[in-house]
Design a protein around this ligand. Structure first.
Ligand SMILES: [Ca+2]
Ligand SMILES: [Ca+2]
Ligand SMILES: [Ca+2]
Ligand SMILES: [Ca+2]
Length: 275
């Protein structure tokens, strides 16, 4: 048995899996929701379709930590920064607030209602650490892991992953308004007078330079960001239909063994033919 052949076969199998993952473009995704016709009502995310894969292994924001948020002045309705907002006739877990605390923000982000959002005033700044209920892992289907929606497709958002200790990891990533794709529905919330189109960003863990994360820090740096009005839902990435990394190595070893067996039988045939 030649070890080099075995290693080459394993590398080939692993290589093609890695290539398949990398070749999946930062494609847009389809939000499969209960309804798209009433921009003021609940718009409930049921699943997402991306790269021909439909999934609903979602996890939600369960806690907001390390919140800094420009204070609101009672004299100016457009002062402050992050607030909680909902569709004019949509339900919400708690009453929407122009000056929400961490718990209220977590409640508005922590469900599948895309008409429960964080609305940000144009000039204000915020920074908050959003902890997910479950840890997020990359998935081998090559789909994105983080899904953002942004009302009116006109704002930016800066994000970075953190681990279970709350330590920032990987690299920060600025999500730009011009890289949003149209989500295909509109929302009309209590803070605006008519329906606005919703855009979305999908983000892979590799874009953040990590292979897993426990939460995401989101930042709006003020006027240049134009007050992001957003919702964030994550995919856990743990799926029974997807082989574990350990199993992949097993498959690679199997492929390598099959390759060696085939070679050996070819050699035997050649020896027989020569006899
Ligand atoms: Ca507001
Ligand atoms: Ca916006
Ligand atoms: Ca409205
Ligand atoms: Ca805004």
């Amino acid at each position: 048995m030649k070890l080099t052949n075995l290693i080459a076969s394993i590398s080939l199998v692993i290589g093609s899996v890695v290539m398949a993952a990398n070749s999946a473009q930062a494609a847009s995704f389809t939000s499969n929701v209960n309804q798209k016709t009433d921009s003021k009502a609940d718009i409930l995310l049921q699943s997402i379709t991306q790269n021909g894969t439909t999934f609903n292994d979602f996890t939600y924001v369960s806690e907001v930590k390390a919140l800094t948020n420009t204070a609101r002045k009672n004299t100016n309705v457009n002062s402050g920064a992050a607030s909680t907002d909902r569709g004019d006739n949509a339900t919400s877990p708690v009453t929407a607030s122009e000056d929400p605390d961490r718990n209220e923000l977590a409640k508005f982000l922590g469900n599948n209602n895309l008409n429960n959002i964080v609305d940000t005033e144009d000039d204000g700044t915020f920074e908050m650490d959003l902890i997910f209920k479950n840890a997020i892992f990359a998935n081998l289907q090559g789909t994105d892991s983080l899904f953002f929606w942004e009302r009116n497709m006109n704002s930016d958002l800066l994000i970075q992953a953190f681990d279970q200790t709350g330590m920032l990891i990987g690299n920060s990533l600025k999500l730009l308004r011009q890289s949003q794709t149209n989500a295909g529905f509109q929302i009309d919330t209590t803070e605006i007078g008519s329906a606005q189109k919703v855009g979305n960003w999908g983000v892979k863990l590799e874009e953040l330079g990590v292979t897993s994360l426990s939460g995401i820090r989101v930042i709006s740096e003020g006027a240049a960001f134009n007050g992001p009005d957003f919702k964030l839902i994550a995919r856990t990435g743990v799926s029974k239909s997807v082989p574990e990394p350990g199993m992949l190595l097993g498959l690679g070893t199997l492929a390598g063994a099959a390759f060696l067996l085939r070679r050996k039988s070819e050699q035997n045939s050649a020896i027989k033919a020569a006899q």
